[in-house]
Design a protein around this ligand. Structure first.
Ligand code: ADP
Ligand code: MG
Length: 341
């Protein structure tokens, strides 16, 4: 059973950045306005997230790492439903199967915080000989989750992740993208023992402010805003796109659907139609050799969104996909044409 769970966990958590993405989404779901990430050895030794959200009640602490346990009774017409689609109540459970997890949390109405440790979905004693019950401790409102020694019990996975600085870059990438999209939330990301944070945003920042901070003023100053609502197709788009030839290392694409980041790497959620459209329509419009930046956020009636689960990746499809993607392409083309008049 434990081995089966560990394999199942590996399907959701492939690397530190995956785990962090899940933890950040939980913090956002908890209504946090401040999220602090602390990392050691690319998240393999330590991945810690501190938020100021609603916290977890003492009586729920025993079950939060159990599989399929969720406090989010979301229906499919919830705008955020896609955020946990496919693995509801599985993230913490999965992490606890492949790492040593400690949670310290306090709800607003509790006099003190509680700390608990977990392994394989269950509470475990924090010290040998102690009971496994959560222990009262000092702490602020919110939740701190620590995952240590990721994949300590999955040697093959551990071996595949031998470059901590590469893993750290992926972590930075995840924090960057969530920070830009959730501009009302302040994010920080720091290596343990480092003096300065690598990411530090403020709640007063706009999306553009955060793009400037995280991708540089050259990128930010080139951006064109495309904002449009298509009532008949039941969706809204908001995009910031570059209009000029400037040189960054690679194409930067930030796609969000109903608040969910479509992260474009191995086994990630993808929409190939959107990607192809961006490649074929938008990128070919720009001067050869340019490396565009695109932030695109779509809000679509969730009933029109469908996530297909393949063995190797999850794909997102929409009702009237051709029409919808064409509408986005047209809106971007129009904006680019207008800017070049
Ligand atoms: P899901 O997000 O699909 O519900 P998770 O395994 O990610 O499943 O989390 C399990 C549960 O733990 C959540 O439903 C929530 O009740 C609780 N939880 C996890 N992280 C936090 C957090 N940062 N703040 C408050 N509650 C949390
Ligand atoms: Mg979750």
């Amino acid at each position: 059973q434990t081995v089966v769970n560990r394999i199942a966990a590996g399907e959701i958590i492939h690397r530190p950045a995956n785990a962090l993405k899940e933890l950040i989404e939980n913090s956002l779901d908890a209504g946090s306005t401040n999220i602090q990430v602390l990392v050691k050895d690319g998240g393999l030794k330590l991945l810690q997230i501190q938020d100021n959200g609603c916290g977890i009640r003492r009586e729920d602490m025993a079950i939060v790492c159990e599989r399929f346990t969720t406090s989010k009774i979301k229906s499919f017409d919830d705008l955020g439903s896609i955020a946990t689609y496919g693995f509801r109540g599985e993230a913490l459970a999965s992490i606890s199967h492949v790492a040593h997890v400690t949670i310290t949390t306090k709800t607003e109405d509790s006099k003190c915080a509680f700390r608990a440790s977990y392994s394989d979905g269950k509470l475990i004693p924090q010290k040998p000989g102690m009971s496994a019950d959560p222990k009262p401790t000092a702490g602020n409102n919110g939740t701190q989750i620590t995952a240590e020694d990721l994949f300590y019990n999955v040697p093959s996975r551990r071996k595949a992740l031998k470059n901590p600085s590469d893993e750290y870059n992926r972590i930075i990438d995840v924090v960057t993208r969530y920070a830009i999209h959730n501009s009302g939330v302040s994010f920080s990301c720091k290596k343990q023992a480092a003096n300065a944070a690598d990411i530090n945003t403020s709640t007063n920042n706009s999306i553009i402010d955060n793009i400037r901070l995280l991708y540089g003023s050259t990128v930010a100053s080139e951006l064109l805003l495309v904002e449009k609502e298509f009532a008949d197709l039941e969706f809204k788009m908001k995009a910031y796109i570059t209009n000029a030839n400037y040189h960054v290392k690679k194409l930067t694409m930030l796609l969000f659907i109903n608040r969910k980041y479509l992260y474009l790497w191995y086994r990630a959620v993808e929409s190939s139609m959107l990607k192809k459209m961006i490649e074929n329509v938008y990128i070919t419009l720009l001067p050869k050799g340019s490396h565009p930046f695109i932030y695109l956020s779509l809000e679509i009636n969730p009933q029109n969104v469908d996530v297909n689960v393949h063995p190797t990746k999850r794909e997102v499809h929409f009702l009237n996909e051709d029409t919808l993607v064409e509408a986005i392409a047209d809106a971007m083309q129009e904006r680019l044409a207008g800017a070049n008049d």
